[in-house]
Ligand binder design. Structure first.
Ligand code: IMP
Length: 424
């Protein structure tokens, strides 16, 4: 079975835990989009791992890990992650494969991300400042782009970096009145990256097709969520890659038809970090209750996440465009103790009700949520391992989500550990 795991909301749905669990029954886990803006948390053997670039399967010693073409790689973060795992006796030697075509996120990308966000003031996107947008912009623009394979020819790389940094410095000075960066310093760092990372760099497309021919099972790990997709999310409050399942084939060079199952991951409520419309947001005591119980603070930036009710309109849109077969519903335990739980089942836009999510933010900003309520439950459910042992109201809540999204909920998260998962 080849499976693709996709976030159905605005990221942070708990994909890291789901991928870690599924990785046990797959040979290879592939990251195919985004970069170190992602924050995937895995709790294994009593230890917590916060991963940004390495696939979440990497904490399992026998799983192959691929960082595919469309991932933008910040080599500094990647090296820290590889070294962090090595300190915990988890080696990636011989099982980590980084695409030679993946683009490099370098210091000037992070500087540009920060300078642009600062200059936008209250109109900023609220990015993670990891240099993601500027790196993808260079990729699309081509003339100033650098890829993993460029680390192989240091002489050429040195010349190219001089030109790229000279250009960037001109822009930074003219637009932001910013201090110049040193091409030589960036080159020295690149020498280290080449030394430490080139052993992992290869043609991952060829590798994946070889693995498919051998009948190996592959798990494709989406980063961020469908609603942050550059083309299909809530533009401009999105990330700079195709973070829905639609990005998977282009991101790693493997056609979507090899995937047997698309598993959508959603939280039992909704969160968002950064700017942009969020119709079911609860900027009130309920939102704070969810934030506190769900520890809703960014893995990458530490920012408090905006919290709200489960939005079935948004989730159904993600299910539809992502060809989602079934849903993993995470963080159900966070909702224990609420008297009433609301579900957004439609939007009222200009007096008309619709169940279709408008990704256009002018329309989305006008959407008023139409709620229905289910009764909550008081019991803590973090030890429950069987669906039938969940409180009746929790079961009703899940069934209603299944009805509204039209897909079965086959996995339920009741805590951060692998064991705190109910399978149906
Ligand atoms: P960027 O990807 O850093 O450019 O940020 C663009 C938007 O995507 C911002 O609203 C970020 O908060 C959001 N974002 C990026 N990565 C993640 C993630 O992994 N989880 C949740 N939000 C994210």
């Amino acid at each position: 079975m080849n499976c693709c795991v996709i976030g159905l909301q605005w990221g942070d749905e708990g994909k890291g835990k789901v991928v870690d669990i599924l990785a046990e029954s797959h040979d290879i886990v592939v990251r195919y989009s985004g970069g170190a803006n992602a924050g995937h948390t895995v709790v294994a053997g009593g230890e917590k791992f916060a991963l940004h670039l390495l696939p979440s399967g990497s904490v399992r010693p026998n799983v192959g890990c691929v960082i595919a073409n469309a991932v933008v790689v910040d080599p500094e973060t990647l090296l820290k992650e590889i070294e962090g795992l090595a300190q915990r006796d988890i080696s990636l030697e011989g099982r980590l494969f980084i695409s030679e075509n993946a683009h490099l996120v370098l210091d000037y990308h992070k500087a540009e991300d920060r300078l642009r966000e600062e200059s936008l003031g209250k109109n900023k996107i609220g990015t993670t400042i990891r240099g993601i947008g500027p790196c993808y912009a260079d990729k699309v623009g081509r003339s100033y782009a650098l890829r993993m394979s460029d680390l192989k020819e240091l002489g050429k790389l040195k010349d190219r970096l001089q030109k790229v940094v000279e250009y960037k410095n001109k822009v930074f000075a003219a637009v932001y009145n910013a201090e110049p960066l040193s091409a030589d310093e960036i080159f020295e760092k690149c020498k280290l990256y080449a030394d430490k990372l080139l052993g992992f760099v290869t043609d991952t497309t060829g590798l994946l097709h070889g693995a498919i021919a051998e009948g190996k099972s592959i798990l494709f790990e989406g980063a961020q969520g469908t609603l942050l997709d550059l083309d299909h999310g809530t533009f401009p409050f999105v990330t700079s890659s195709n973070s829905s399942s639609l990005g998977m084939p282009a991101g790693c060079g493997v056609p979507a038809k090899v995937v047997d199952k698309f598993l959508g991951v959603a939280k039992a409520y909704t969160t968002r970090v950064g700017g942009g419309p969020f119709p079911s947001e609860q900027d009130n005591e309920t939102g704070q209750y969810i934030r506190d119980r769900g520890n809703e603070y960014g893995t990458t930036t530490g920012r408090p996440r905006r919290c709200g009710w489960f939005d079935a309109v948004a989730a159904s849109y993600s299910v539809t465009i992502g060809a989602i077969d079934s849903i993993a519903l995470m963080h159900l335990d966070t909702l224990s103790g609420l008297k009433e739980i609301k579900i957004c089942r439609a939007y009222d836009i200009g007096g008309e009700q619709t169940c279709f999510f408008p990704s256009n933010i002018t329309k989305l900003s006008q959407a008023k949520p139409v709620y229905e309520s289910v009764e909550g439950w008081d019991e803590e459910i973090t030890e429950v391992s069987d669906f039938d042992k969940l409180p009746a109201n929790a079961r009703n809540y899940i069934k209603r989500i299944e009805e509204l999204t039209g897909r079965p909920v086959t996995m339920i998260g009741v805590g951060p550990k692998r064991e705190q998962t109910i399978f149906r």
